[in-house]
Design a protein around this ligand. Structure first.
Ligand code: GDP
Ligand code: MG
Length: 598
């Protein structure tokens, strides 16, 4: 066994362009998974991944390929998610590879995340194999896409592989290209061990399972290992590879991707990005790790049934074992009772966590509108970090509020420059620069409040650029803003979980919009409900939900009993995601209403 015959690669693409299906075909063609065990998107092993048809976690598998040159190669394939929220998973997998297959849909062409992901691979100096997929589609235009890859990304696409992951066409060409164009790993087998942890999961039987890329040296069962940044030491129980089921090995050597178990019980000690070395003969320097991922948004999660608080805490603790980026701490709301303030990498991440909690742990939850973290300076000279709008002090006590700003990089074909600028301007963006990347594409830089881009900016950008807008952003620091807190009152009672923060210039308008929106969301009850929006005690808007006059169902559906029962059942199901605040039932939707813009 020799490094010369190893190839480590990732598949990157815009979402839905066919990464996981290509991985399926590769596993099939190399007999890694038998026909009998084959199912679609076999690497997406989480229920939620299978149902939504998206990849959330990265996945590494080893497979053997008998190439046309007569040799047998050991491939390590890492499938990655395509969505921005999970680009952190993508950059982690790329750091473990020498090459990447860039999949582009032959009908859709280069899209937002094609660019974002290929640039990650280019930044990492990976060899890139362009693969134009779905050539079986009647709407496929492979030559046009080839040209686009050259013009827009600047990659030579003359040798792009043409595949149909649906029919299997071209998959063998792809495997040959991986052998010929992706360099074999290098790395001294006799040097002290240095292995990068790119993922970790908790397994009830084996403890923490570390996914590693060995860069130097070797590791085998019985070795005493040290995690260089955390400083903790363990004895290795087992090393091996996933194929895709775990297969034990005698050792892992420089160049290989595999797993290590060492009876590690606490996943917090095993941060991804840390370097594993040998405790007896340690390396001098750790490998360059990953950039620290801080949550971008915080939201309150509350069980609809207060008795489920402890269950929610246990569920969050278990999920954290599988998702180190998850952060949470207890929080109490007057309106919602006991719950948790949870930090997320973005809105899809929040969605996924909420859904996993409800589904895997059988909980009914109310999620409050997510918020960024504000810095408040008080008139008494003290400072406060506020990640829950309800906790923002009254403006009489405030001397200053700062909010996080980002430098947003937006890439679009030049036809859409006007639309992008209009959108950024409406979100308080300050124009910085604009450069032509080539004759078709423009790179626009804006300084923008994080709160303005994190919620629906990406969707808006996509719809106003027909999907071609690509967005990337980096937090650039805090800036003072003229922000105010808007409170919502129901029948005169402030509902803390509905408070939100807005810029003073938009505050009154937003207050009115939201009072109107809530009026349409909160269901009628047998008494009148007054909805008010207020800024610092001053009422700026009022709407009313009128009480029922009679039994609505009786009136509407008179004699038709089955339809009436159906309606009642539907109402009952809808109730599950409601929270009684005082006497008023507030549906989940209401808590998100404060985020929506038209
Ligand atoms: P991913 O998000 O990049 O992992 O994409 P998936 O592999 O989940 O594929 C997205 C959708 O495209 C699925 O419905 C696939 O069945 C379909 N698909 C993938 N490859 C092909 C192909 O070559 N031809 C056709 N017609 N459909 C494909
Ligand atoms: Mg996928």
């Amino acid at each position: 066994q020799h490094q010369k015959y190893i190839r480590n690669f990732s598949i990157v693409a815009h979402i839905d362009h066919g990464k996981s299906t290509i991985a399926d075909r590769i596993l099939e063609l190399t007999d890694t998974v038998s026909k009998r065990d084959m199912q679609d998107q076999v690497l997406d092993d989480m229920d939620l991944e299978r149902e939504r048809g998206i990849t959330i976690k990265l996945n590494a598998v080893e497979l053997k390929y008998h190439a046309k040159d007569g040799e047998t190669y050991e491939f390590h394939l890492i499938d990655t998610p395509g969505h921005v929220d999970f680009s952190y998973e993508v950059s982690r997998s790329l750091a473990a590879c020498e090459g990447a297959v860039l999949v582009v849909d032959a009908a859709q062409g280069v899209q937002a995340q094609t660019l974002a992901n290929v640039y990650l691979a280019i930044d990492d100096d990976l060899a890139i194999i362009p693969d134009i997929n779905k050539v079986d589609l009647p709407s496929a235009e492979p030559e046009k896409v080839q040209e686009e890859i050259e013009e827009v990304i600047g990659l030579d696409a003359s040798n792009a592989i043409m595949t149909s992951a649906k029919t299997g066409l071209g998959i063998e060409d792809l495997l040959e290209a991986i052998v010929n164009e992706i360099p074999a790993p290098q790395g001294d087998l006799t040097a002290p061990l240095r292995a990068l942890i790119f993922d970790s999961v908790y397994d009830d039987y084996r403890g923490v399972v570390l996914s590693v890329r060995v860069f130097e040296g070797t590791v085998k069962p019985g070795d005493k290992i040290r995690l260089m940044n955390s400083g903790t030491e363990y004895e290795v129980n087992e090393v091996g590879v996933n194929s895709p089921k775990p297969i034990k090995r005698d050792y892992l050597m420089a160049g290989e991707v595999g797993y290590i178990t060492a009876s590690i019980k606490d996943i917090t000690e095993t941060r991804v990005g840390d370097t594993v070395t040998n405790a007896a003969a340690p390396a001098e320097e750790p490998l360059p790790g990953y950039r620290e991922m801080n949550p971008m948004v915080y939201a309150g999660l509350y069980p609809t049934d207060n008795a489920k608080y402890v269950d929610l805490r246990e569920a969050l603790e278990k999920l954290k074992l599988n998702d180190a980026s998850l952060e949470f701490e207890p929080e109490t709301s007057q309106a919602l009772g006991h719950g948790f303030r949870v930090g997320f990498l973005g809105m899809l991440h929040m969605d996924v966590i909420q859904e996993r909690l409800e589904r895997e742990f059988n909980l009914d939850l109310i999620t409050t509108a997510p918020s960024v973290t504000y810095h408040a300076e008080l008139t008494d000279g003290s400072e406060k970090d506020v990640d829950n709008p309800a906790e923002m002090p009254d403006s009489s006590e405030l001397s200053k509020i700062e909010e996080p700003y980002v430098k947003a990089t937006i890439m679009v074909p030049n036809d859409y420059v006007g639309a992008v600028m209009e959108l950024c301007q409406s979100r308080r963006g300050e124009f910085l620069t604009m450069d032509y990347l080539d004759k078709y594409r423009v790179n626009i830089l804006y300084n923008m409040p994080l709160s303005e881009i994190i919620f629906d900016f990406f969707d808006k950008l996509k719809s106003s650029t027909r999907g071609f807008g690509s967005l990337d952003y980096d937090v650039s620091g805090y800036q003072t803003s003229d922000l105010v807190k808007i409170d919502i009152l129901l029948n005169g009672e402030k509902v803390d979980a509905l408070s939100f923060i807005a810029h003073r210039t938009f505050a009154e308008r937003r207050g009115r919009e939201i009072a109107t929106r809530l009026k349409n969301i909160i269901p009628r009850q047998n008494f009148e409900i007054a909805i008010q929006a207020a800024i610092g005690g001053k009422i700026i808007a009022r709407t009313t939900v009128k009480p029922y006059r009679k039994d609505v169902t009786a009136k509407l559906y008179g004699g038709d009993r089955t339809r009436r029962m159906k309606l009642l059942e539907k109402q009952k199901a809808g109730k599950k995601r409601m929270k009684a605040v005082g006497k008023v039932d507030i549906p989940q939707e209401a808590f998100m209403a404060v985020l929506k813009t038209d």
